[in-house]
Design a protein around this ligand. Structure first.
Ligand SMILES: Cc1cc2nc3c(=O)[nH]c(=O)nc-3n(C[C@H](O)[C@H](O)[C@H](O)COP(=O)(O)OP(=O)(O)OC[C@H]3O[C@@H](n4cnc5c(N)ncnc54)[C@H](O)[C@@H]3O)c2cc1C
Length: 546
């Protein structure tokens, strides 16, 4: 137990973090690297070191989360030496009788400029717990939070702070703190206590397991031309591979321990959870819907390492930060959908925001304006991202619509939140407010485009997974928007880049909708007609026969 190693454990802290998972431990590291003198406690019910491989799900990072871990927290060495580089997100569409080469594949043929990683969660959390203690955090592990009494007096003093009671070795302990941050994951201690839960209207279920074997998708098809499409050395297996079908997707993620994480995520309106809520049922389900995957697992059935199923996994919250010196981060705040791996992105964004609130508060500044402003930015990003998934699962088996939707979704992600995050601007309330018109435009366009994709599917549900490799490395706007994340911009240049991206996103909207309406004029949409300034996706439309 890490806390016991300390000679004297204090009973007052600047910040107490409930839960030492990814969100809690990264927050402790972030706060201590910004202000090493802070007194931080993390209360975690499990004991470190936790098991590798089977500890938790959530292994795939995308650009914001990867940047947070690597650059903001200085974990690049750990990620490069002890985790795996990620070859982007990759999507396969095919029917049960086609080979991978006969279906449609969407992904890059080379790595994008901004790196991302596949993370073994146990390995990362062990590293964070150990190094967090070295940085000065008091880590109570094997300790279960039982009660939190929030202090709502405006300025809080040492005597009137939050009280946190937990059980350690069967004994009750109470500590107090100026700040309390709930990072208890799905337990969502404070959210439940204050009844802040919000139904997102996005009902999806998942089941997953790890096998002690490297499942290499590169070996599923012997077509040598197909094998060479992503380079001479097989490396598709390093992607977060998505096997796509109507109402579902299956993830295949490699882990640095040599195991593979496999999960099914489905909309219950198309695939009920009770059809895949045990390991045996999962294998049967895969055998029907993704037979190559089932065949690849078949030799390793005795190497199954864990299994879990989860119902209705998306959760929201009406409030995430308070000027009364508390906040919710990670899954304790909100969780959307793992499709584009945004979990660690929202950990990065939430942690960065709460870090700013704590910093300002400890510097004696009022949070009356900042706390609701940052919360509004957080919830706007969350709601905007939710649109990407909600009611879209029926489209997931349609390679034409999804290939175009990927370009759209990435353009919105890289062109807006990722751009601002990489330039440290998501906590700059004044700067963000100065972009509010563009932010509102993107939200409005995204709303209309997600509806357009649904209406396109309704007008033309034909699933035709023709042999195609939609090489995202050849789509200039994708490589550019991603590469631009690695440039650090002055405020004036960033403002201009953002404005350019809003125009680019608008252009994309008109290009996509006008092209699709050429053959399907009956599609319902409130998007008007306007010639795009540039035709950027013509080769992709042609390849997909749109
Ligand atoms: C099916 C699925 C797939 C996902 N895939 C991805 C992905 O590919 N990429 C991604 O970025 N995200 C993914 N996520 C989200 C990912 O799980 C979260 O981003 C991440 O795990 C959240 O971390 P956290 O620290 O908030 O919660 P957790 O990691 O769950 O940590 C919470 C901690 O709180 C502790 N705790 C709980 N109650 C108490 C208590 N009373 N006292 C003390 N301690 C307590 C727990 O033991 C735990 O360690 C996925 C989620 C799901 C459901």
């Amino acid at each position: 137990m890490i806390a016991e190693n300390k000679k004297q454990t204090p009973d007052f802290f600047d910040v107490v973090i409930l839960g030492g998972g990814l969100a809690g431990l990264t927050l402790a590291r972030q706060l201590l690297s910004q202000q090493p003198e802070l007194m931080i406690a993390v209360i975690e019910k499990r004991q470190y070191p936790v098991s590798e491989t089977t500890h938790k799900v959530g292994e795939s990072t995308v650009e914001i989360g990867a940047h947070y871990l690597s650059e903001q927290l200085g974990l690049k060495k750990h990620l490069t030496d002890d985790q795996l580089p990620k070859f982007g997100l990759r999507f396969f569409f095919k029917d049960a009788f086609q080979t991978l080469a006969e279906g449609t594949e969407v992904g890059g043929s080379s790595f994008f400029a901004a790196p991302s990683y596949q993370v073994d969660r146990g390995r990362l959390e062990n590293f964070l717990a150990e190094s967090g203690a070295e940085l000065g955090a008091t880590i109570f592990d094997g300790a279960r939070v039982r009660e939190v009494i929030l202090d709502t007096s405006e300025n809080g003093t040492k005597d009137t702070n939050h009280q946190i009671t937990f059980l350690l070795n069967g004994e009750k302990q109470t500590i107090s703190s100026r700040w309390v941050v709930d990072a208890s994951g799905r337990a969502a201690f404070i959210k439940r206590k204050l009844q802040l839960e919000e139904d997102l209207g996005h009902d999806i279920n998942a089941a997953w397991f790890r096998v002690d074997a490297q499942i290499q998708i590169d070996a599923w098809c012997e077509d040598s031309e197909w094998q060479q499409l992503t380079g001479k050395v097989p490396r598709r297996w390093l992607s977060t591979n998505h096997l796509m079908g109507e109402g579902y997707w299956v993830w295949i993620i490699p882990l640095a321990t040599g195991s593979t994480s496999i999960g099914i995520v489905a909309d219950p309106r198309v695939h009920a959870l009770n059809t895949f809520n045990s390991f045996e049922k999962c294998i049967d389900w895969l055998d029907t819907h993704e037979p190559e995957c089932a065949q690849a697992i078949a030799p390793h059935l005795d190497k199954m390492q864990d299994f879990l199923a989860i119902k209705k996994m998306s959760r929201g919250s009406r409030q995430v930060f308070s000027a009364d010196r508390w906040g919710l981060v990670g899954e304790a705040a909100a969780f959307l959908d793992p499709f584009y791996s945004p979990g660690s992105d929202f950990i990065a964004i939430g942690n960065t925001m709460i870090g700013k609130l704590i910093e300002d508060d400890l510097a004696g500044k009022s949070l009356t304006h900042l706390a609701p402003t940052l919360q509004s930015v957080f919830l706007t990003l969350f709601q905007n991202n939710l649109l990407t998934y909600r009611d879209q699962y029926p489209l997931f088996g349609n390679p034409r619509i999804m290939s175009i939707k990927f370009v759209w979704d990435y353009a919105v992600y890289w062109g807006f939140p990722a751009l601002l995050y990489f330039n440290d601007k998501l906590t700059d309330a004044g700067f963000i407010q100065s972009l509010s018109r563009g932010v509102e435009d993107i939200r409005d366009m995204n709303l209309k485009m997600q509806e357009f994709f649904r209406n396109w599917f309704e007008a033309d549900p034909e699933v035709n997974a023709a042999p195609a490799f939609v090489d995202q490395s050849n789509i200039e706007i994708m490589t550019r928007l991603n590469r631009e994340l690695t440039e650090s911009l002055s405020d004036a240049d960033l403002r201009q880049r953002f404005a350019d991206n809003v125009d680019l996103i608008r252009d994309l909207m008109f290009e996509i909708t006008s092209r699709v309406r050429e053959s399907l004029p009956e599609i319902e949409t409130s998007i008007g007609e306007q010639p795009p300034r540039e035709q950027r996706l013509a080769p992709v439309f042609e390849m997909l026969n749109v």
